[in-house]
Write a protein that binds this ligand. Structure first.
Ligand SMILES: Cc1cc2nc3c(=O)[nH]c(=O)nc-3n(C[C@H](O)[C@H](O)[C@H](O)COP(=O)(O)OP(=O)(O)OC[C@H]3O[C@@H](n4cnc5c(N)ncnc54)[C@H](O)[C@@H]3O)c2cc1C
Length: 536
């Protein structure tokens, strides 16, 4: 997957069947669906694949226990089927994760056991394991760091867990391998329309060279997540808002706060939401919140109230109480929620199910949804495109399409951190043998090597320090300070591989410092970048 080759294809193709705007879960899934049905497909992403919400999830492949409680059975059933397909088609990245709910009331154990038995039953043959009631003693055995004061019992259940941005990168590779053209750092700035007012293409701007192109297509699909309204406004300046962004944050802590293979699930926090503490890449990710936000942004910043809430809830359920000084990274993401029809509805009541909208101009937009259901959403979008635009009908193939890196036999060995590369793991080992200098670690405290950085530049279309440290190796999300300390090595490798000069390195480092500060709590932010922000 090489950007120059993809750009050349983009320039040399006179017209496409389908253009997809946005390279998050929804857009990438749609590109795979369209390409595997045989349509000439182009996807353009304004920044990097999964730069938006799709790198900022709780990393769960789940039916949504919460939606079951809300009685949304069809959403849960659909997501559970998709969970099973994702575990089969991207087995290198999706794993079976056991969750323990600690109960502090006599009735909690029975109540959640019944609910989760229904959850198992809805997943049918694709179940990841049965749920069961467990004693207080067993709960402590499975979650040694759980708060024991007042603990009565527990419930254990199973769901999936994954690496969201790595899956996005592998999905982009899968789409390319199936004939689609995908380019990052290419932004749609206008929609083109024919004389009848139907959308028949886009104007894009290459964000690296600032060059613009007109590109024609039979179908244009808007898969821009929280930026959906912007594209709808290009389509019709009178357009009302169809989505509202709702922010969720996560705090990342050292594994010692949850020294277990089991995740902890709190079904009802003090404000009635769900909170997870999930082991991820040898750390613990705790979240999330649900806060309506006025303005969408590519780098949303966690609010102090949200940080306080997650920290206090974690302190309530963990025996080793995390403090602000223990936060290794904080990341925020925006849910593209369908705008509620009635005023005053709270975010937790707004449906998480997706909607496919067709504008009078023929533009197709996808709103809402979950990572887990990306494949099903993509299938519906392309079915709609066939129906509305009279494309030659071809049936969906993706239930059986393996994602790049998928291993035919699932091997559970996750001891080597390179497991996330799946079938590419041996290629990275071979690269290190060919160029032994690349065996050097990126940071003394982490296993990531320079070979992974070079791999990401050569084969995964990484262009910036952020692309590498946020979405190829996930260091910014796991430990923001360590990511800052690794930035210079990454910048030097990028400059060598892509032919940039010293000035480019300096400006990349300055940009990354500002960005990484958003992942640190304010009292631990790097002072130099605060000064850069003040002067710029
Ligand atoms: C806090 C949080 C936790 C979540 N946890 C889970 C979970 O555990 N499991 C789960 O299943 N789901 C989860 N979700 C939901 C899931 O992450 C989202 O539904 C999904 O990532 C949305 O993907 P998307 O492609 O629609 O949007 P995005 O990932 O935001 O992608 C949109 C892309 O469009 C690009 N774009 C915008 N404008 C343009 C333009 N003009 N030209 C070109 N490109 C453009 C952006 O750069 C962006 O990359 C969570 C969501 C949040 C916020």
């Amino acid at each position: 997957m090489n950007r120059d080759n993809q750009l050349t294809r983009l320039r040399q193709t006179a017209a496409w069947d389908i253009i997809i705007i946005g390279g998050g879960a929804s857009g990438l899934g749609t590109a795979i669906d369209a390409a595997t049905r045989g349509y000439k497909t182009l996807l353009v992403e304004a920044v990097d694949f999964a730069k938006g919400t799709s790198s900022r999830s709780t990393k769960l492949v789940h039916g949504g226990v919460r939606y079951l409680e809300q009685g949304d059975i069809s959403l849960v059933r659909e997501a559970l089927k998709e969970r099973g397909l994702m575990a089969k088609n991207a087995s290198h990245l999706v794993k079976n994760q056991s969750f323990v709910i600690p109960n502090y009331t006599w009735w909690g154990g029975y109540f959640y056991t019944i609910g989760l038995t229904i959850y198992d039953w809805l997943s049918g043959k694709l179940s990841l394991g049965s749920s069961s009631y467990i004693s207080r003693k067993k709960t402590i055995e499975l979650l040694p760091s759980v708060e024991q004061k007042g603990l009565v019992s527990g419930v254990i259940y199973h769901d999936g867990q994954f690496d969201d941005a790595r899956l996005a990168v592998n999905m982009a590779q899968t789409a390319v391998e199936n004939g689609a053209c995908l380019v990052n750092y290419v932004k749609v700035v206008h929609l083109l329309k024919d004389r009848a007012g139907k959308v028949n293409g886009v104007v894009v701007e290459d964000q690296e060279t600032k060059e613009s192109f007109e590109i024609k297509a039979k179908v244009v699909i808007n898969a821009t997540g929280v930026f959906t309204n912007e594209i709808l406004k290009m389509n019709n300046p009178e357009q009302q808002k169809t989505i509202v962004p709702s922010q969720g944050i996560h705090l990342v802590f050292d594994k010692s706060f949850l020294p277990s293979e089991n995740a902890l699930m709190v079904p009802k926090t003090s404000d009635g939401r769900v909170l997870f503490a999930v082991p991820w890449h040898d750390k613990v990710v705790v979240g999330t919140t649900d806060t309506l936000i006025k303005k969408e942004s590519l780098e949303p910043i966690a609010l102090e109230d949200e940080i306080k809430f997650v920290l206090e809830t974690a302190q309530q359920y963990l025996a080793k109480k995390p403090t602000r000084a223990d936060v290794l990274s904080v990341f925020a993401g925006l849910r593209p929620l369908a705008a509620p029809k009635s005023e005053g509805k709270s975010t937790k009541e707004v449906s998480r199910s997706h909607k496919v909208l067709v504008s009078k101009t023929g533009l197709i937009s996808i709103t809402g949804g979950k990572w887990t259901t990306y494949r099903k959403m993509a299938e519906e979008i392309i079915d709609k495109a066939i129906e509305v635009h009279n494309l030659p009908a071809k049936s969906c193939q993706t239930e059986t399409v393996a994602i790049h890196g998928n291993k035919a036999t699932s091997d559970s060995d996750r001891q080597n951190h390179l497991y996330v590369y799946g079938t590419d793991m041996n290629e990275i080992i071979a690269l290190t043998k060919q160029e032994p200098a690349l065996a050097e670690k990126l940071h003394p405290s982490y296993p990531y090597t320079l070979a992974e950085v070079v791999w990401a530049i050569r084969f995964e279309m990484a262009r910036t320090i952020d692309d590498i440290l946020s979405r190829r190796v996930r260091l910014l999300f796991l430990d923001a300070r360590a990511a800052l300390e690794s930035a210079e090595k990454v910048a030097t490798l990028l400059a060598n591989e892509l032919g940039h000069n010293e000035e480019w390195i300096e400006s990349q480092l300055a940009d990354f410092e500002v960005l990484a500060n958003g992942y640190l709590l304010k009292e631990f932010q790097s002072q130099r970048s605060i000064n850069i922000c003040k002067t710029s």
